[in-house]
Design a protein. Structure first.
Length: 365
């Protein structure tokens, strides 16, 4: 029978796809409670098509309402968090609720948390690539043909998302719940489905659309430094498949959790330069600009568009060995598909948002 699920982040880009995927499983959740901040969007959930035997209700509230989080975590068998990856106080509230449930029932909840490959980012500022690569499974020494594969435990505690990830692992180690941390990389592709058609969830990713909007605003594609840094990527449908797989396998109890429960969502890699070149090509092809070659963002532009952060110029490299060991098979692995969609998304950004970008992004991926 299906499990009871407390779902956070359903109105977001990742969350909408993950929720849709869970509802389409052969054995979907028996009940889902979605935490929803927006009073306007809450009624829209009543319009969703649900599988037979599944109920869905909305809990009106925010990540800051910790009493609601504690109570909801106490009442559900599975927590799926696709909301803010850095809201430590909110995570502690969920952990308290799961601890309470274990003390009352003797059963450990399953906690599926969204982190990100930003935990692996360095300070390259777009100036150089690196061969420093992390694996979610077994580390390996460097060989003549391959770079070393580093353990996730070697990531410093000061890295983005890391404080939350460590706190969750500590809760797992205490026996309060079983944790599974999924780390998406640069997610690409327009999110599709009923939940997006009804205006419930956001269909745009962050990293590539932000670069497209920067290019539209300045009239020429822009990059951090030389754009020589390397990032991993994954299609939105593939990352939703990974969440669904972890959800299914965690119930069987036959996959790693806690410190052995990192699951990287990586299907390929790209350089920042290649991405902004694709955006530049889209600008010219669609007559948004007559300049196809990207230029380096100035210090003033970095402040305008990224709040002064050079994060997007870092290297972030990893191998999804554990994810693939449990049966994840991403379909979209070709960099050419990724770059084609980056070009298409530039056109969609212009259509939806126009060509002005006034506010700096505050996202940390």
């Amino acid at each position: 029978t299906g499990k009871s699920v407390f779902f956070l982040g359903a109105t977001g880009y990742i969350g909408g796809s993950v929720l849709s995927k869970l509802l389409s499983l052969p054995t979907p959740p028996s009940s889902i409670t979605c935490l929803v901040r927006s009073a306007d969007k809450a009624p829209l959930f009543d319009q969703l098509s649900l599988p037979s035997g599944t109920t869905l209700k909305v809990l009106q509230g925010s990540l800051e309402e910790h009493d609601k989080l504690i109570k909801a975590a106490e009442e559900h068998e599975v927590i799926v968090n696709t909301a803010n990856a850095d809201a430590l106080d909110s995570i502690k509230a969920l952990m308290q609720g799961m601890k309470n449930r274990r003390e009352k029932t003797g059963h450990r909840s399953l906690f599926i948390q969204t982190s990100g490959t930003g935990v692996m980012v360095d300070q390259a500022k777009g100036e150089y690539p690196t061969d420093v690569t992390y694996t979610d499974l077994n580390p390996m020494p460097k060989t003549r043909d391959d770079p070393a594969l580093l353990s996730m435990e070697e990531i410093p505690s000061s890295a983005p998302h890391r404080e939350v990830d460590i706190a969750i692992n500590e809760g797992d180690a205490k026996g309060d719940f079983k944790s599974y941390i999924i780390l998406p990389s640069t997610i690409w592709g327009q999110a599709k489905g009923e939940i997006y058609d009804k205006g419930i969830s956001n269909s745009f990713s962050d990293q590539m659309p932000t670069l497209s909007r920067i290019a539209l605003d300045r009239g020429v594609a822009g990059m951090v430094g030389k754009g020589a840094n390397i990032w991993p990527h994954v299609n939105i449908s593939d990352i939703a498949d990974l969440f669904a797989l972890v959800y299914q396998r965690s119930q069987k109890g036959d996959i790693g959790h806690g410190k052995s429960g990192y699951y990287l969502g990586i299907s390929g890699e790209y350089t920042l330069l290649a991405a902004v070149q694709a955006i530049g090509q889209a600008l010219v092809e669609n007559k948004f600009s007559d300049k196809s070659q990207p230029t380096t963002l100035s210090e003033e532009e970095m402040k305008k568009y990224y709040g002064g952060s050079y994060y997007m110029g870092g290297n972030s490299r990893g191998r999804a060995d554990r994810s693939k060991s449990i049966g994840w098979r991403p379909k979209y692995t070709d960099e050419r598909d990724f770059l084609r969609v980056v070009r298409e998304e530039t056109v969609r950004c212009e259509k939806v948002f126009g060509r002005k970008l006034e506010e700096a992004t505050k996202k940390v991926y």
